[in-house]
Design a binder for this molecule. Structure first.
Ligand code: KG4
Ligand code: ZN
Length: 375
């Protein structure tokens, strides 16, 4: 088993995985802490990760121990509780029980970037501490690799049973990232387009903020847009669609939305909130689809995957499905909702493939200085 940790943004996450199977997964969202600021505040995120990381790891382990059948069938013999010692009390000092449990762990996987540096550091520090205390190897994982593998992550029963049919064209759309990547083979990626300013989810969040809809904005905008059948009323600009490259830019769209709203009085804005939400969402999604279609034509790759927080959006999934159909391709999404947003299960699954190739971190001291951005 691999114990994985992700603290790249505003979710404190840990998981236990066996190959592609997730045996246990815990995500402690900080969304309520950041909500009143209208976005993620790095210093608050760091402190919350520090306060919660032990609890989250303990809960992940506790959860697997409660699935006795699964645990005993998957492993030669289950770990023994030491007397009345409860596992979740003893992370910091490396108690006897933990030593026992950690016998079943092959490596500790941790997200090293990209993400908020102060937040990432919390997970990296914890991974180092566990590796040292229990003499485990570390596997470093790029957060975007995690999202790219998310459609292939299976539950504890091994579902969904999809096989890899490389290559894939993967569109990652989250609050922090928008990119088009060719997923060539295991652990082999080629970035062919990315945002030069705001991410798609960030654009939705900012639009929602301008509309007074709170944070995160994506799900609220989805709901309001659906109430008017996702129609386009105002035809806001589709940024960079005529440029030949595959990069995205959403800050111009946000600015034009801002000036459009400025001309409306509050009463009118409120009256038209559905139409505004739907039109903005349409501008973002149509841009995503146009660029993805360009990427299909440029690369000839017809098998698509949509990943990241915004991939939870049913309307965007529908547009993506239609696009794949047009080219007779396959389309993949994360199979479980928790796999759209940030989580450590996807990090653990990437780590399993890295472990097969012996890609452990040997220079643990320099873990926090490893390249963070490149895929
Ligand atoms: O992947 P994620 O949880 O965190 C990052 O790595 O950024 O993505 C969060 C983003 C936010 O911008 C949020 O508004 C957006 O995903 N999001 C959605 C939906 N659910 C979350 N956007 C559109 N529709 C949704 N249903
Ligand atoms: Zn993410």
């Amino acid at each position: 088993m691999i114990l994985s940790i992700d603290t790249s943004c505003d979710e404190t996450a840990a998981a236990l995985v066996l190959g592609r199977r997730v045996l246990s997964n815990v995500v402690y969202s900080q969304v309520l802490l950041h909500q009143k600021w209208g976005g993620v505040v790095p210093s608050i995120a760091k402190r919350a990760h520090e306060e919660r990381i032990d609890f989250v790891i303990n809960a992940t382990i506790k959860k697997i121990l409660s699935q006795k059948n699964l645990f005993t069938t998957k492993l030669a013999s289950p770990p023994k509780l030491v007397g009345s010692v409860m596992p979740y009390l003893f992370l910091a000092d490396g108690s006897l029980f933990y030593r026992n449990f950690f016998d079943y762990i092959e490596a500790i996987a941790v997200t090293v970037g990209p993400g908020l540096a102060p937040a990432l550091e919390v997970g990296i520090k914890k991974a180092k501490e566990l590796a040292k205390n229990f003499n485990k190897k570390i596997i470093s994982v790029n957060h975007l690799e995690g999202h790219i593998y998310s459609p292939f992550v299976q539950n504890s029963k091994g579902n969904p049973k999809i096989d890899f049919r490389f290559p894939y064209l993967v569109l990652t759309v989250s609050g922090g990232h928008t990119s088009l990547v060719v997923f060539e083979d295991h652990l082999k990626y080629k970035v062919i387009g990315e945002t030069i300013d705001d991410a798609a989810g960030e654009a939705l969040d900012k639009a929602a903020k301008l509309l007074g809809l709170g944070y995160p904005g994506g799900p609220v905008i989805e709901r309001l847009a659906k109430e008017v059948d996702n129609r386009d009323f105002y035809h806001f600009p589709r940024p960079m669609i005529s440029s030949d490259n595959l990069n995205f830019s959403f800050s111009g769209l946000k600015t034009s939305f801002y000036y459009f709203l400025k001309k409306m009085d509050e009463k009118e804005k409120l009256k038209k909130i559905r139409e505004l939400s739907s039109s903005f969402q349409q501008a973002v999604f149509e841009t995503l689809i146009i660029k993805t279609e360009k990427a299909i034509k440029k690369t000839g790759i017809k098998n698509l995957a949509l990943v990241g927080g915004v991939s939870a959006n049913f309307y965007l999934r529908k547009l993506f499905r239609n696009l794949a159909k047009k080219y007779n391709g396959q389309v993949l999404f994360p199979s479980f909702k928790y796999l759209c947003g940030d989580n450590a299960a996807m990090i653990g699954v990437v780590a399993s493939f890295k472990a097969q190739k012996n890609l452990f971190v040997f220079d643990i001291k320099n873990l926090d200085r490893m390249p963070r951005m490149s895929l």
